[in-house]
Write a protein that binds this ligand. Structure first.
Ligand code: NAD
Length: 247
């Protein structure tokens, strides 16, 4: 166990998949966790599940595209706990259509959640982190941010932007003792992957030297490490957690 000393941790996209496992892992390691989801029903479902497991977590569902809404929720969390120590920008959607079947609006929708929302949540917590002279921002990237992918161009484009945002904010915020890193998961067992056709998954596994797709816990553990004092000299890094997949 790593003792996160009741650090207040906000996790976007925390209702299922990788985000829910991050929430669970941070609770197991003594963080105070607040999760964000897209709707009341999914947030309530996740909170009930976590309660059954013995974890007391709070939840919100701000529209991540609306800076004022995000900022108000962050202010509410800050006034309740007195600080926000760790922000995990994990909410994301993917795409797999060919470009000729993709409308500009589909592209904009992906950029809006995967990139613009990350800008909004980060901008909303940075003043608190500066004031308290420290913090950690962790972003969920993807292995497609290294290699691209053969369809669904908006998704890799958004994750390349996530890496740019991560590396640049790391440099901008280092003097304020705020570390900014990203985890770039390979293919991981979540709903996002369950919706992909079998013929797309099988050949992917064949390219993974460790011979399996990732479990949400594999990814959550990387976030835990990067959030912990063990990573105190690490910032601006895109940590690949992908079984050495090279796609
Ligand atoms: P998932 O679909 O299981 O979960 C997505 C999460 O994002 C949910 O909690 C959902 O509430 C939230 N979300 C979706 N749309 C939203 C919206 N409009 N507003 C607010 N929240 C919204 O997906 P996952 O596989 O757990 O993916 C989580 C992150 O990991 C994403 O950023 C994804 O790009 C990244 N990722 C996943 C894989 C994989 O193979 N599963 C690989 C690489 C990167």
């Amino acid at each position: 166990m790593i003792d996160l000393e009741e650090k207040v941790t906000v996790v976007t996209g925390g209702t299922r998949g990788i985000g829910l496992e991050i929430v669970r892992t941070f609770c197991e390691n003594n963080a105070k966790v607040v999760l964000f989801g897209s709707r009341k029903e999914t947030v309530d479902k996740a909170l009930n599940q976590l309660k059954k497991e013995g974890f007391n977590v709070k939840g919100y569902y701000p529209n991540l595209s609306d800076f004022d809404e995000v900022s108000n929720v962050m202010k509410e969390i800050h006034s309740e706990y007195g600080h926000i120590d760790i922000l995990i920008n994990n909410a994301g959607i993917s795409a797999n259509k060919k470009i000729e079947d993709t409308e500009l609006n589909d592209f904009i929708k992906i950029m809006d959640l995967n990139v613009n929302a990350m800008f909004n949540t980060s901008k909303a917590v940075i003043p608190f982190m500066k004031e308290q002279k420290g913090g950690v921002i962790l972003n969920t990237s993807s292995m497609v941010s290294i290699y691209g992918q053969p369809s669904g161009v908006g998704y890799p484009a958004s994750k390349f932007a996530v890496n740019g945002l991560t590396k640049s904010l790391a440099r901008e915020l280092a003097p304020d003792n705020i570390r900014v890193n990203a985890v770039a998961p390979g293919i991981t067992k979540t709903d996002m992957v369950a919706s992909l056709p079998e013929e797309m998954i099988k050949p992917l596994i064949a390219t993974i030297p460790l011979g399996r797709i990732g479990e949400p816990k594999d990814i959550a553990n990387a976030f835990l490490f990067l959030a912990s004092p063990m990573a105190s000299y690490i910032t601006g890094v895109i940590l690949q957690v992908d079984g050495a997949a090279r796609n």
